[in-house]
Design a protein. Structure first.
Length: 281
């Protein structure tokens, strides 16, 4: 099963005052299953994980309704306010829908880099573990240390770092991103998505620019904790769906040590299916 572990849908009517702004013309419109399905078919992608892009429980319920009528959307990563007094109850309620497979607080947008490193998040984390949900971590490099402290506080909570924590590819910087990510990768419950890299690359969109970052992820997480994702339609700011799919495959073929066929199957589907408990197609 080929799985896109990270894609979005949205309706602009729900996003007044929210990102994306009109200046980002390539993504400033509605996106739904009818827009993505032809591209999945062309690339041989069997299933996707639909990830929130709005800090709203109502948006999460809408995504769950999309999944209910879209057979290839096999899982939804939603949102709750982790520090709300009723966060655990909200998670209990949302988890009644079997399509819910994870939650994602939008940490990159919060004013404090250590927001997640707070015992106030413990009830929400416990509720996630109770329902076997995945914590998707949308973070920037500077937030990795705090995320590491959160992960160590909750060793039973499965966690995946979205977009490899958005390294500074456009500037060609590997440190301190690599060192801080290595501390997280040392925790066995932590996974990482090979997604969102092109939109962090500026004009450096070629394989040579991305290769050091993908190689670092391979060395840190190995063949069973990496998940490929498109980050579509945000991807449209840098490339189309098929070019990124093929570029990711090329980059994977250039890794050292060279991945076995089973490793490539895991990267491009098997790991996502296992992490998010996706049903076979």
């Amino acid at each position: 099963m080929r799985v896109d572990a990270h894609q979005h849908f949205w309706r602009l009517a729900d996003r007044e005052g929210q990102w994306p702004p009109p200046s980002l013309a390539a993504i400033h419109r509605d996106f739904g299953p009818e827009d993505l399905e032809p591209q999945l078919r062309a690339c041989g992608i069997d299933a996707t994980v639909l990830v929130q892009s709005l800090p709203s429980v109502e948006d999460t319920r809408w995504m769950l309704s999309v999944a209910a009528r879209t057979p290839w959307v096999r899982g939804v990563v939603g949102w709750v306010d982790f520090k709300a007094t009723d966060a655990a109850a909200q998670i209990d309620e949302l988890a009644r829908d079997p399509a819910l497979r994870g939650l994602r607080p939008m940490l990159q947008d919060l004013p404090r880099d250590d927001w997640i490193d707070d015992p106030a998040c413990a009830p929400a984390a416990a509720a996630m573990q109770r329902h076997d949900l995945v914590f998707d971590a949308l973070v920037l490099p500077r937030q990795l240390p705090a995320l590491g402290r959160f992960a160590r506080r909750h060793p039973g909570l499965r966690l995946v770092v979205d977009h490899a924590a958005k390294p500074f590819i456009a500037r060609g910087e590997l440190e301190p991103w690599r060192t801080d990510l290595a501390a997280l990768a040392a925790l066995p419950q932590v996974h990482c998505k090979v997604s969102g890299l092109l939109t962090e690359a500026g004009d450096r969109l070629d394989d040579a620019a991305l290769r050091p970052y993908v190689q670092a992820l391979w060395e840190l997480f190995g063949p069973r904790r990496l998940l490929w994702g498109s980050d579509w339609p945000v991807l449209r700011l840098a490339a189309d769906y098929a070019p990124w799919w093929h570029q990711a495959q090329r980059l994977a073929s250039q890794l050292h040590p060279a991945p076995a066929a089973a490793d490539l199957d895991a990267l491009f589907g098997g790991n996502a299916a296992a992490l998010y408990r996706l049903t076979p197609c």
